[in-house]
Design a binder for this molecule. Structure first.
Ligand SMILES: Cc1cc2nc3c(=O)[nH]c(=O)nc-3n(C[C@H](O)[C@H](O)[C@H](O)COP(=O)(O)O)c2cc1C
Length: 248
């Protein structure tokens, strides 16, 4: 279950979650208000459930950092979006390589929940004003029509969910076409791209195999340099060796 604060983590645990995807502020789309550096240990303090840290992880050094903070693994979104096999459009992958860590906007104005998107002239315009509920409903309807969702089915769902949830879903539905335009069609003059700050660390578009090998190499290098700093020598550093063998 995805959580962005300790209260959600406890609720998820009570409702029987097997693990938590703890999503920090740096993340693409709906990361929390707090950065992964603080959020992961904060949630580690309140639960023993396995934690998968997300938001801001794009290198082997990031994996080691997440484990040191108390996570059991990481989820990388932005980094893997810029891999050869990723279905993200080639124009978008090119933009990810060009953009810097600062080139994102985090605001509620896109789909009513705080959301991180790539900075482009179009996203700046869209994120500069609060989303209008009437326009959101119209855009959600257009998105549903494009996806062949029958209007009657949508209305039934609306009655089941109640107003507050309906509005949230409507806002998200309204954003769908813009996400699709940018991510799938590579059209950034009309679309909006969900992306994390990690985009600034991405300098190429390797294959998944190359990227996996690279990340694992970086994990070993990061561990070696930590172990060099440790008074106790190799293997006795900040990260338990058995944790690393689990991800290798
Ligand atoms: C191209 C792309 C599309 C995404 N689409 C969604 C989405 O539709 N809904 C959502 O909640 N998160 C979405 N995410 C966020 C990821 O699920 C994940 O939480 C995030 O990428 C982790 O942070 P990172 O990008 O710093 O690795 C998307 C991420 C990327 C890179």
């Amino acid at each position: 279950m995805t959580v962005v604060n300790a209260k959600h983590a406890l609720k998820a645990e009570q409702s029987g979650a097997d693990a938590l995807l703890v999503t920090g502020h740096e993340a693409a789309a709906h990361g929390g208000a707090v950065t992964s550096l603080v959020l992961v240990p904060a949630i580690r303090q309140v639960t023993k459930l396995p934690i998968i840290a997300a938001g801001g992880f794009g290198t082997g050094g990031g994996v080691v950092a997440a484990l040191a903070l108390g996570a059991d693994g990481v989820a990388m979104g932005t980094r893997w979006a810029a891999s050869k096999e990723s279905p993200v459009h080639a124009n978008t992958k090119e933009l990810i390589v060009e953009k810097e860590v600062e080139d994102t906007i985090y605001s509620k104005n896109f789909d009513s929940i705080p959301c991180r998107v790539m900075t482009t002239p179009n996203s700046k315009k869209i994120m500069s004003k609060p989303f209008n509920p009437v326009r959101a409903m119209w855009r959600a309807y257009l998105a549903a029509r494009e996806m062949n969702k029958p209007l009657l089915g949508i209305l039934k769902d609306v009655f089941k969910m109640g107003l507050e949830q309906t509005l949230t879903v409507t806002f998200y539905g309204a954003a769908v076409l813009q996400i699709k335009k940018a991510t799938i069609e590579g059209n950034h003059s009309q679309g909006v791209q969900l992306i994390g700050q990690v985009q600034g660390l991405v300098q190429d578009v390797p294959t998944v195999h190359e990227l996996t090998q690279r990340v694992m190499q970086e994990v070993h290098e990061a561990l070696a340099s930590i172990n060099q700093l440790s008074d106790h020598g190799a293997g006795q550093g900040a990260i338990a060796p058995e944790k690393i063998s689990r991800i290798a």
